[in-house]
Design a protein around this ligand. Structure first.
Ligand code: ADP
Ligand code: MG
Length: 479
């Protein structure tokens, strides 16, 4: 590899989170009965006219603002002509010369851990095609046109990534932005976020780009990485054998971990693009852009810096908090309420609410537990009114229920008081019974405390070992 360097540019297709299609009123819902959600408009039937769903403009503008791009004041839809079984209307409505978003960049960490800017060429609006479903069993291909007309934002990067890991970091950053801003649900299994990776290699130091191949429609971070690495090696082997790279579209086979030729690559002029005569240009004034800018939340990158400087949270904690907007909002609220160290608070949060929510998140987080209730529970734990080991049980009890938290805490606290009296008695008995171990402790072998804790726990199952340990030490030190 040392003689060679690879160059990668990504085209990411993001399905926009809208109820209806980009040019029609039919539903975008996933997984419904095949061919029930494509209207005459989606199929381009003669006599129908597309009408733009204006939510897609807002989402594209939000994305453009998030990557510091230029939002164009006038963008134009064009027809990209080609026939494919999943595109029976013969053309896809897209944007070519006048996309809605131009330029912009995001920052990733390169393979040496340094900040690296990846420039974005453009992001344009277009419609998704239908879906071909190949059946080996029945030896045929089914066509499901439900997806036809689902709004897409295609985000095209400059060829500036130098490894599969850089490409994955870039993809994750974009995924993070579009899900955080709720531009897309980002569901990769359902195809809401998928990527074409363009890969070429050249001799290190060479300026001219090599011939690229395009790896089509990969919908997982892991497969993008594997497919690119496979492709780099395949190209190196070809060139080192004195052969040439063919400019073509290839498919990644995840079972065999190889890429296979799919078709030779069309050039733009093969598509005979022309402005769509049925659609007006999108005109956006600066006032509209400013209005959207004002309503946009802080982006994950900005928040990440804030969590670090204001609360000194770890990278791991920050990544978890920023993994989902509901989690972020919840964390922000408890951070504002709490007086204990933010690191401790977030640890409590991650080990309890976050894990539980991730396992069974069918409802909105704040319908399951109120930030203020969580804060009161943690506060009581910190003040030793209740024990940390009660946390799980308390959460199970109040999860999704409308229960007064103060009475729950009171209940546990009086239970703990009774329990503590019992533990005091137990400790006294065990210390009396085990003179030899007491002597060892007194001679400096403080590790023996663990033995006492174990003995007490036998009869006080479910109690908090750290409370017991503290008590034992104070008893032993009194003797
Ligand atoms: P198309 O839409 O036909 O695939 P584009 O010119 O829009 O072609 O380029 C698509 C992507 O390919 C861009 O992300 C670009 O950065 C990338 N790309 C172009 N040339 C190369 C190359 N030689 N090596 C790697 N990536 C490339
Ligand atoms: Mg392409």
């Amino acid at each position: 590899m040392s003689d060679w360097e690879c160059v990668i540019g990504l085209e990411i297709h993001v399905q926009l989170l809208t109820k209806s299609k980009i040019f029609s009123a039919s539903s975008t819902a996933y997984g419904k009965e095949p061919n029930k959600q494509a209207s005459y408009v989606d199929l381009g039937m003669p006599g129908t006219l597309p009408v733009l769903n204006n939510i897609v403009i807002k989402k594209a503008v939000e994305f453009g603002l998030a990557i510091n791009a230029n939002i164009t004041n006038r963008s134009i839809f064009a027809r990209k002509n080609y026939f494919y079984p999943d595109l029976p209307k013969n053309y896809q409505i897209s944007q070519l010369d006048f996309p809605i978003v131009e330029g912009g960049y995001i920052e990733i960490e390169d393979d040496c851990g340094n900040n690296k800017k990846i420039n974005i060429t453009r992001a344009h609006l277009e419609e998704d095609a239908g879906k071909s479903i190949h059946s080996d069993e029945n030896n045929c291909t089914y066509i499901d046109l439900n997806r036809a007309g689902t709004p897409l934002l295609e985000i095209v990067s400059e060829p500036e990534m130098k490894s599969a890991t850089e490409a994955v970091s870039y993809m994750k950053k974009i995924h993070n932005i579009v899900t955080y801003l709720e531009i897309s649900d980002g569901n990769m299994q359902e195809g809401s976020f998928r990527c074409d990776a363009n890969v070429s290699i050249r001799k290190s130091g060479e300026k001219k780009l090599g011939t690229r191949t395009e790896l089509k429609n990969i919908n997982s971070f892991k497969f993008v990485e594997k497919a690119i690495n496979y492709e780099i090696q395949r190209q190196i082997d070809l060139l080192e054998d004195g052969k040439k790279i063919k400019q073509e579209t290839r498919l990644y086979d995840e079972n065999k971990n190889i890429t296979k030729s799919m078709r030779s690559k069309e050039e733009a002029n093969d598509y005979r693009y022309f402005p769509d005569p049925d659609l007006l240009p999108i005109e956006i004034d600066n006032e509209y852009i400013l209005k959207i800018k004002k309503l946009m939340p802080d982006l994950p990158d900005v928040k990440s810096k804030f969590y670090k400087s204001k609360y000194d949270l770890t990278d791991e904690q920050i990544n978890i908090i920023l993994s989902n907007k509901e989690i972020t909002n919840f964390a922000d609220k408890i951070l504002l309420l709490s007086k204990i160290s933010a690191k401790r608070l977030i640890n409590h949060f991650i080990s309890s609410v976050y894990l539980k929510f991730n396992k069974e998140n069918s409802l909105a987080l704040e319908d399951l537990i109120k930030p203020n209730d969580f804060y009161l529970i943690i506060d009581s734990i910190e003040k030793k009114v209740i024990s940390k080991i009660n946390l799980k049980e308390i959460l199970d009890k109040i999860w999704g229920e409308n229960i007064n938290i103060s009475s729950v805490i009171e209940n546990y606290s009086s239970r703990n008081e009774n329990n503590l009296d019992m533990i005091d008695d137990l400790i006294k008995k065990i210390i009396e019974k085990n003179e030899k171990q007491v002597k060892e402790y007194k001679s400096g072998k403080t590790k023996i405390v663990g033995f006492f804790v174990g003995q007490v726990l036998k009869d006080a199952k479910g109690s908090d070992p750290s409370v017991i340990k503290d008590k034992i030490i104070s008893y032993l030190d009194l003797i």
